[in-house]
Design a protein around this ligand. Sequence first.
Ligand code: NAD
Ligand code: TDX
Length: 344
Amino acid sequence: MKFLVTGGAGFIGANFVNYMVKKYPEDMFINLDKLTYAGNLENCKESENEPNYKFVKGDIADREFIFDLFEKERPDVVVNFAAESHVDRSIEDPEIFVKTNVLGTTTLLDASREFGVTRYHQVSTDEVYGDLPLDRPDLFFTEETPIHTSSPYSSSKAAADLFVKAYHRTYGLPVTISCCSNNYGPYQFPEKLIPLMISRATADEKLPVYGDGANVRDWLYVLDHCKAIDLIIRHGKVGETYNIGGHNERSNLQVVKTVLNAVNKPESLITYVQDRKGHDRRYAIDPAKIENELGWKPEENFDTGIAKTIQWYLDNEDWWKNILSGDYQNYFQKMYVDKGRVEE
Ligand code: NAD
Ligand code: TDX
């Protein structure tokens, strides 16, 4: 089988590519990524020289490019991770979120329809369900929860999901969708809560907590997400959405204190800053469907996953220091263009 994985130089996409390339040596994996600020080819270094892996630089919203690529490569399976993914950036500048997340998705759907695929999988998020109140711990997001978005980011992801469903119903495209809770783990860009706090705490910098820090997120170790997607692609029912989460709810303040404790830094580094506009209060996934239908279970809980993750960031300081200094953006030029391995 030939897989087209989009956004494979980003956090979750890279973890997925590295996992799949190793696990399925008989399958071919094409990693298509625009290499925006969030894309970093160092994330896929371990797959770089594998015979069943290939990188292509390009934009999922570039119709001509995407159709040419499908004509040339004829992928069997498309897994769409490519997106603008940061809520705060979407509040500053929504337009690129519409372009990549909505138009990029419909472009991939059109190409999948035109050339035929056995599966189109859309990587979506629990943020499409809006938020839950803090005082109702009995409530969870199920696949039946109505779409109710808060930010330009979540609205763009929800819009994309609606198109994916429409292409199934209208054209019979064999699609699946997964809505996962907050991920953490190796290679997460240090603008997101956990890597931001680890990098700043180790440098004795102030840790900016939005609002009162009581907002709750449901944290899942990234490899558990990747394994769930692998299962859905192979065994999930066409046309269905699967929620992914491991019942690991923590308030932001709990997360930040866990990080401080692990790196031996004082809680006095915490600084409360102005709240995010429209800040969702609580996310919590009910994973019963994927557990019962596909037998998925997370292998990490928050305590084991966060310990691994913090250790990874401590062991890989060069990786995030390169990002913070902007050096990583030269990597593609140096490793690919200058060596004549790909054309710009
Ligand atoms: P990320 O920002 O780390 O990576 C996104 C990748 O997509 C980058 O490599 C970037 O270069 C690439 N990209 C962006 N625009 C592109 C375009 N127009 N064409 C081709 N490539 C493009 O994001 P992430 O955290 O790895 O998230 C991956 C996917 O998972 C997203 O669709 C996101 O909505 C979803 N998701 C993320 C989380 C989370 O906690 N991070 C949770 C649930 C779902
Ligand atoms: O500096 C910060 N201070 C802070 O208090 C940052 C960056 C975040 N926060 C809070 C906001 C959220 O309540 O921490 C929580 C987590 O924030 P993010 O890491 O920005 O994640 P979130 O907004 O929850 O969205 C993430 O999970 C769902 C991903 O970025 C999305 O791509 C995914 O769909």
